[in-house]
Design a protein around this ligand. Structure first.
Ligand code: G3P
Length: 219
């Protein structure tokens, strides 16, 4: 599983978000890889109606639909076509009670929850909420050139161990600095079930080539 978080990079403003999502869809179709895209919120609906691969929100607010000017409810991203959402990203942290409430709301709505964590210990605490996925991402490695799987393999191993000890059904992803197939293979070898990445695809000169390199080859 490869989740591509488009973040708010200039490379994905406006129609460029749908263009990148289409490349992700094409690579998923050709390779059979499970690729999920998280476009900027303002492009979510358009991207979701343009591609067949799953589209996730980058964040939702712990707010019920109604008088919530400027907030984004889980219900509204579902109505826009999202199949899931990231929560508690390092660039958009949430207090624990809000994570708890949002995981519950997402479960009720049938939205897949991917909760980010900065350490193995915080991942273990989040695992008690039984989200669908936990993505461990050391903040200092985000956006860098060295993958978490190289810079800190132990945090991935330890996260898998602690999370599975709390709830074996929660799947673990890792992210930060992931750039190529070697990093994905290392993530899988460390016990993760996929990766969450951004700049390696969004800021690549050739996003299609970057994606093709990420997808583990068969055998
Ligand atoms: O959401 C993924 C992200 O935080 C990792 O970013 O650029 O290091 O792949 P990047």
């Amino acid at each position: 599983m490869i989740i591509v978080n488009f973040k708010g990079y200039p490379e994905v403003e406006g129609a460029k978000a749908t263009a990148l999502a289409s490349i992700c869809e094409d690579v998923a179709r050709r390779t059979g890889a499970a690729i999920i895209v998280c476009p900027p919120m303002v492009e979510l609906s358009k991207v979701a109606s343009s591609v067949a691969i799953p589209v996730f929100a980058q964040h939702v607010d712990a707010k019920a639909p109604g008088s919530i000017t400027g907030y984004v409810s889980p219900q509204s991203v579902k109505a826009a076509g999202a199949k899931g959402t990231l929560l508690n990203h390092a660039e958009h942290r949430l207090p624990f009670p809000e994570i708890a409430s949002l995981v519950e709301t997402c479960r009720g709505l049938g939205l897949i929850s991917v909760v980010c964590a900065d350490t193995a210990e915080s991942a273990a605490t989040i695992a008690s909420l039984s989200p669908d996925y936990i993505a461990v991402e050391p903040p200092e490695l985000i956006g860098g050139d060295v993958s978490v799987t190289t810079a800190d393999p132990q945090v991935v191993r330890r996260t898998v161990e602690l999370v599975k000890g709390v709830d074996p059904k929660v799947r673990v992803l890792c992210g930060a600095g992931v750039k190529g197939g070697r990093d994905v293979r290392a993530a899988l070898a460390l016990g993760a079930e996929g990766v969450l990445l951004a700049s390696g695809v969004v800021k690549a000169k050739d996003a299609r080539a970057a994606l093709l390199d990420l997808v583990p080859s068969e055998g």
